[in-house]
Design a protein around this ligand. Structure first.
Ligand code: 2HG
Ligand code: ZN
Length: 468
């Protein structure tokens, strides 16, 4: 159905981006054949690195005319297979388009290219006293364009929301090669359909994002982290809802089961206090006035102790805070060391349903005798459900996994939730989409895809249930 990439096409790609930005070498095709999703690997026929919007437009025009699939890619840290070139074709890397184009301190906006690493964006604006809050755990290696494409979130979503809440302007290239610009340095916009929001979270299936304008906040002057151990899981889960019910909205409320902490300790070779506790909450509060921050963390600490916390440890220096967050961010990689075969889910439910969700997941784990380790952004209802194969025999795993997955998804949906809070659907969740969305919605989405991309060249095979 698609045309293969032959020498003639490679030659035309070289004419567009220059020889050094095109590779058909096995080692490069291998490097770009996967993202961070375990067990997914498809080789692209050619790897192309664009350095400006005009090049992206020319590449898409060529691919569209010749019917060659194009898979856009940023940092390659995705967890649903969004950047995996399922049908080969052209792997279009945006990694070289990584500049900050402007920090506009009059309008509190920053304009950037999509390949910029998220952590670098944060650090740069912080030098101006400004704040870009979204903080996916992979922030030192993920790219901002990928964050937009996948609808990334992060721990600070409890108070500050997710990537989409900061996008004010986008430039993107359509599969036809036409360049469109949406929004701008404006915080309000009621001008026609909101195509910008449609592109956010569209997983590179509708257009390739080439420039972004984000709104920024003022950097809070103070922050304090609390590490709160619990001797039973239910109390930890109940505390999450209790904090919100008490009208306190910290910056983060992260939840980590014992096994997640233990894995991280082993992986980093560093100890976490109270590592034998059944679960930990990692709670951050921030603000500008010392007394406000203190009163907020004291209230949170009291709620935790009233709900059965074993202790409340306060980290108020940047070194002690960094140590806690290092342990938290390492969990993903650490669990892979515990079980090389691992399925990572990120269901989301209303915050008040966190206790019911964790209970339902535990029942699923017991019913199918399958190992599940939970951690994540409990404060915004988003739990990373990690299903580990460990030493389960292959046959048992193949039979138990789909049942366990369905169990987890059905629990989340029955509680008013969704399949993914921040990792996207990609390849790994596409067949479960009908559990969450009804037929008319899926058909509307398919119609939108057709309107943007009639030849189905842009990141084909993602989001929609596989139909052969
Ligand atoms: C995180 O919050 C990431 O650490 C990865 O979203 C989650 O590994 C995971 O399941
Ligand atoms: Zn996460």
């Amino acid at each position: 159905m698609y045309k293969s990439v032959d020498d003639e096409i490679v030659g035309r790609l070289r004419d567009i981006v220059g020889d050094s930005n095109v590779s058909v070498a096995d080692e490069d095709r291998e490097t770009y054949s996967h993202d961070e999703t375990t067990g997914l690997k498809y080789l692209p026929e050619v790897v192309v690195k664009a350095t400006d919007t005009a090049q992206v437009a020319k590449i898409l025009t060529l691919a569209n005319e010749e019917k060659i699939p194009v898979t856009p890619r940023g940092g390659g840290t995705g967890l649903s297979g969004g950047a995996v070139p399922l049908f080969g074709g052209i792997l279009l890397s945006l990694e070289k388009m990584d500049r900050i184009l402007e920090i506009d301190t009059d309008n509190l906006m920053v304009t950037v290219q999509p390949g910029l690493i998220t952590g670098n964006l944060q650090r740069e604006v912080e030098r101006h006293g400004l704040f870009y809050p979204p903080d996916p755990a992979s922030l030192d290696s993920c790219s901002i364009g990928g964050n937009i494409a996948e609808g990334a979130g992060g721990p600070r979503a409890v108070k500050y929301g997710v990537t989409k809440d900061y996008v004010c302007g986008l430039e993107a290239v359509l599969p036809s090669g036409e360049v469109i610009r949406m929004g701008g340095k404006i915080v309000k916009n009621a001008t026609g359909y909101n195509l910008m929001d449609l592109l956010i979270g569209s997983e590179g299936t509708l257009a390739v994002i080439t420039e972004i304008t984000f709104r920024l906040l003022l950097l809070p002057k103070l922050k304090v982290d609390l590490l709160v151990p619990f001797n039973d899981l239910d109390s930890a889960a109940a505390t999450v809802s209790e904090i919100i019910r008490n009208r306190v909205v910290p910056t983060t409320i992260e939840f980590m089961e014992k096994e997640a902490i233990k894995a991280s300790e082993r992986f980093l070779g560093k100890q976490v206090p109270f590592d034998n506790a059944e679960a930990h909450l990692l709670i951050e509060v921030d603000g500008n006035r010392k007394e406000d921050v203190e009163s907020e963390y004291e209230t949170v600490g009291e709620i935790c102790l009233d709900n059965g916390a074993a202790d409340v440890l306060v980290a108020d220096s940047s070194t002690s805070q960094e140590r806690l967050w290092e342990a938290r961010r390492a969990i993903t990689e650490a669990l892979e060391h515990m079980s090389p075969v691992i399925v990572k889910e990120d269901v989301v439910v209303p915050r008040s349903q966190i206790p019911a969700l964790l209970k339902g997941i535990r029942e699923t784990s017991e019913r199918y005798s399958i190992s599940i380790v939970n951690f994540g952004h409990a404060g915004d209802g988003n739990v990373h459900v990690n299903i580990l194969k460990r030493d389960m025999p292959d046959e048992e795993w193949s039979s138990a996994l789909p049942k366990a997955l369905k169990g987890v998804f059905e629990t989340a949906i029955s509680l008013g939730g969704m399949l993914s809070g921040e990792h996207g659907i990609g390849i790994v969740k596409r067949d479960y989409l009908p559990l969450a969305l009804d037929d008319p919605q899926i058909e509307l989405m398919r119609g939108i895809k057709k309107t943007f991309d009639p030849n189905n060249i842009l990141n084909p095979g993602k989001i929609f249930p596989y139909s052969g």
